[in-house]
Design a protein around this ligand. Structure first.
Ligand code: GRG
Length: 307
């Protein structure tokens, strides 16, 4: 008989359970957002802000911030106020994006859009209220040096303004109805509309944990790559997913005859490009070893998601 006691199997590591990880982080973010914004007088505006802020959503930006802070040696507590601020900024950009003067959408996150429920006037103000409160909320962070919080606030401001979301939205509006939008313009739009806030999410997590500048640059490249991949997949899903899966109107790009990655490259090549960007993103995190597993799993999730 062969003794098996000493036959050691090579130690295999269990695969990273992203869905369990996301579930835990999403619950933490929901609880923090809920308590960040109680309803006080004048109730109407707080209700309108909470309506969109607590309407679900993947919470990708806060989770990226928390995951990066942890990977770089910081704690969840250090990053939670900034994580909430990122979701407040993201939510306000969705409220304004859905307005009749912008994308004119009726559904978001599976619910009626903010202006459909509260009217355009209150929806504009709900966006403004969320944007201002985001910056105020960063400053509630405990046990992090003020210098780091200043850096976070500057990064967040840059990602939101004309050098980020606002600039991307302007070029997007200008490109509407033009059939000859170049790949360069398309990349500009999405690097600003989508990637800038994802980049701020990751880099701010790094700043809070005290990451040195050279590593912050790697984090920034990781985020820019997943940002573009995210948008390519968004364009693919606009064609292939249903309204129920998306929680918003499907097929809008085709209807508006918008130039998108699939319209330039086709669906298959778009998927290939997104996968390549995700691989490049993961390579930027090599130096963090096993600690990078959540961020790498999130990058892979971006190309495999269905909503
Ligand atoms: C920021 C001051 C300021 C004004 C707004 C309207 C606008 C300027 C910018 C548009 C920004 C925008 C809507 C970009 C699209 C980003 C994007 C891909 C949204 C979808 O993100 P998900 O899939 O959504 O993470 P959930 O609902 O899961 O959070």
């Amino acid at each position: 008989m062969v003794a098996t006691d000493n036959l050691q199997m090579p130690h295999e590591e269990a695969p990273f359970d992203l869905s369990a990880y996301l579930q835990v982080r999403q619950a933490q973010v929901e609880a923090a957002l809920d308590s960040a914004m109680p309803i006080i007088y004048p109730e109407k505006i707080y209700e309108a802000m909470r309506y969109s802020l607590l309407a679900g959503g993947k919470r990708l930006r806060p989770i990226l911030c928390l995951a990066t802070c942890e990977m770089a040696g910081g704690t969840i507590e250090m990053a939670m106020p900034t994580a909430c601020a990122l979701e407040m900024v993201h939510t306000m950009s969705l409220i304004h994006d859905d307005l009749p003067a912008m994308d004119n959408d009726d559904y978001r996150r599976g619910k009626l859009t903010n202006h459909k429920v509260y009217g355009e006037d209150i929806a504009i103000l709900a966006g403004d209220g969320l944007l201002a409160y985001a910056f105020e909320f960063v400053v509630t962070t405990q046990n992090v040096a003020a210098q780091k919080l200043l850096q976070v606030i500057a990064r967040l401001g840059r990602a939101v303004g004309a050098a980020g979301l606002v600039g991307g939205q302007v070029v997007d509006l200008e490109s509407e109805g033009k059939p000859d939008v170049s790949l360069e313009t398309l990349n500009f739009i999405h690097n600003h509309k989508t990637a800038a806030l994802l980049e701020a999410s990751v880099v701010c997590g790094g700043i809070l944990a005290g990451t040195p500048e050279a590593e912050l640059q790697r984090l920034s490249r990781y985020a820019q790559n997943i940002g573009l991949a995210f948008q390519i997949v968004d364009d693919i899903l606009d064609i292939t997913a249903t309204q129920e899966e998306l929680g918003k109107t499907a097929g809008k790009d085709l209807q508006a005859q918008k130039v998108t990655y699939p319209s330039l490259w086709g669906l298959e090549e778009s998927q290939r490009q997104a996968q390549q960007l995700v691989q490049a993103a993961a390579a930027e995190l090599d130096l963090f070893g096993k600690k990078a597993r959540p961020l790498i799993a999130i990058a892979n999730f971006i190309t495999s998601r269905t909503h």
